[in-house]
Design a protein around this ligand. Structure first.
Ligand SMILES: NC(=O)c1ccc[n+]([C@@H]2O[C@H](COP(=O)([O-])OP(=O)(O)OC[C@H]3O[C@@H](n4cnc5c(N)ncnc54)[C@H](O)[C@@H]3O)[C@@H](O)[C@H]2O)c1
Ligand SMILES: O=c1ccn([C@@H]2O[C@H](COP(=O)(O)OP(=O)(O)O[C@H]3O[C@H](CO)[C@@H](O)[C@H](O)[C@H]3O)[C@@H](O)[C@H]2O)c(=O)[nH]1
Length: 330
């Protein structure tokens, strides 16, 4: 009996692979290494380099490894890229997820975890977002994920399989043990970019938009430590494998930080005062995304342990420093 982790060579998926291996689970990773790195996968997990859209390959993996659960992290994740090239996002995130779900149904997989996103809410205009807030993505990325949620909902009803879709808010930080972190060659995430600026790897950084309707004019986001997010996945998987019902839930801490507050934290923790330039808005950015995660807590018993911006930033900085000395491309 194994757990199939798609996108397990990527940032968040690799943390899941470590967490499962730490718990003695048998893990198979399916990743096309488009943005992921095999070096972050622990030796105890099996890596299959391939595409989630390859139905024959997934059928074979499920049969050969006795896969009983799928944790589906693979996807394309850059919001502004989805605005300029929406069809590639619908292809990789929606069309290929449909193929993967079909294989999971054929293979009689018991539980399916899906990486959804706060981007499904668009610009909800409320301080705290719960799951009753109407969905209305403002980027093709958010739409591509919403469509996958719909396919899961309808498939669960029709074919009787169970899933949990976790809507992540802004995932940040790195494994406190330093085994993995965000390794993508092309950094776009705020904390990673600020960490690179602090380490002198880039000539300062830009703040995208200073005229938002927020206290300091920059966007508010709910930054959740990747280790806490993965703990939520482990609990969600247990819930489903124990016969618990399908659910969709937000994953965040319930408080937001502005872009300027995050940059201040990176300066404070690193002790480096790097240059920061005020720049125009970036396409597809909602002003504020902060989670009400009561549902996740009540269904799974989730209790975050690393809810502290300086801790998140500290782990991100440590990972960024260690990247240069590792066999992991940046
Ligand atoms: N990073 C965040 O803040 C955030 C927030 C909300 C949701 N998510 C979701 O979490 C998931 C993981 O994101 P991440 O930050 O780890 O990104 P990532 O780019 O580091 O990881 C994605 C992984 O999927 C692989 N992949 C992509 N397309 C594939 C395909 N067709 N077949 C096989 N492998 C493929 C990549 O090689 C990579 O290893 C994504 O689905 C993303 O949409 C991320
Ligand atoms: O150099 C930078 C990078 C980012 N930002 C801003 O920082 C905020 C956060 O941006 P980023 O870290 O790129 O994350 P998001 O665009 O909020 O998206 C992340 O968080 C979403 C959930 O909230 C997920 O759906 C996405 O996959 C994930 O990339 C936004 O206001 C950006 O405009 C800057 O000002 N300068």
């Amino acid at each position: 009996m194994s757990i199939l982790v798609t996108g397990g060579a990527g940032y968040i998926g690799s943390h899941m692979v470590h967490a499962l291996v730490d718990r003695g689970e048998s893990v198979v990773v399916l990743d096309n290494l488009s943005t992921g790195y095999d070096a972050v996968i622990p030796g105890a997990a099996t890596l299959v380099v391939g595409d989630i859209g390859d139905g024959d390959l997934v059928d074979k993996l499920i049969a050969d490894h006795g896969v009983t659960a799928v944790a589906h992290f693979a996807g394309s994740i850059v919001v502004p890229d989805s605005v300029t090239d929406p069809l590639s996002y619908y292809e990789n995130n929606t069309v290929k997820s449909r193929s993967l779900i079909a294989a999971a149904v054929r293979g009689k997989v018991k539980a399916f975890l899906f990486s959804s996103t706060a981007a499904v809410y668009g610009e909800p205009g409320v301080d705290l977002i719960d799951e009753a807030v109407p969905l209305g993505p403002v980027s093709p990325y958010g739409s591509s994920k919403w469509m996958t949620e719909i396919m899961l909902r309808d498939s669960a009803f029709a074919y009787g399989f169970r899933y949990a879709a976790l809507r992540y808010f802004n995932v940040a930080g790195a494994d406190p043990k330093g085994r993995t972190g965000q390794s993508s060659k092309r950094a776009t995430h705020l904390i990673k970019i600020a960490a690179q600026a602090a380490l002198g790897q880039r000539d300062g950084m830009d703040v995208f938009g200073t005229d938002y309707p927020t206290p300091d004019g920059t966007c508010l986001r709910d930054y959740i430590h990747v280790t806490d997010l993965i703990e939520a996945h482990v609990l969600a998987l247990k819930h489903l494998m124990d016969g618990g019902d399908t659910f969709v839930a937000n994953a965040g801490y319930g408080h937001g930080f502005s872009v300027l507050e995050v940059i201040d934290a990176v300066k404070r923790v690193s002790g480096v005062n790097f240059p920061v330039r005020m720049a125009p808005r970036r396409a597809g950015d909602p002003p504020s995304l902060v989670a009400d995660s009561s549902r996740l807590r009540s269904i799974t018993g989730w209790q975050p342990k690393l809810d502290d911006l300086d801790t998140i930033v500290g782990h991100a900085l440590s990972w960024e420093k260690s990247l240069a000395g590792r066999n992991v491309q940046r």
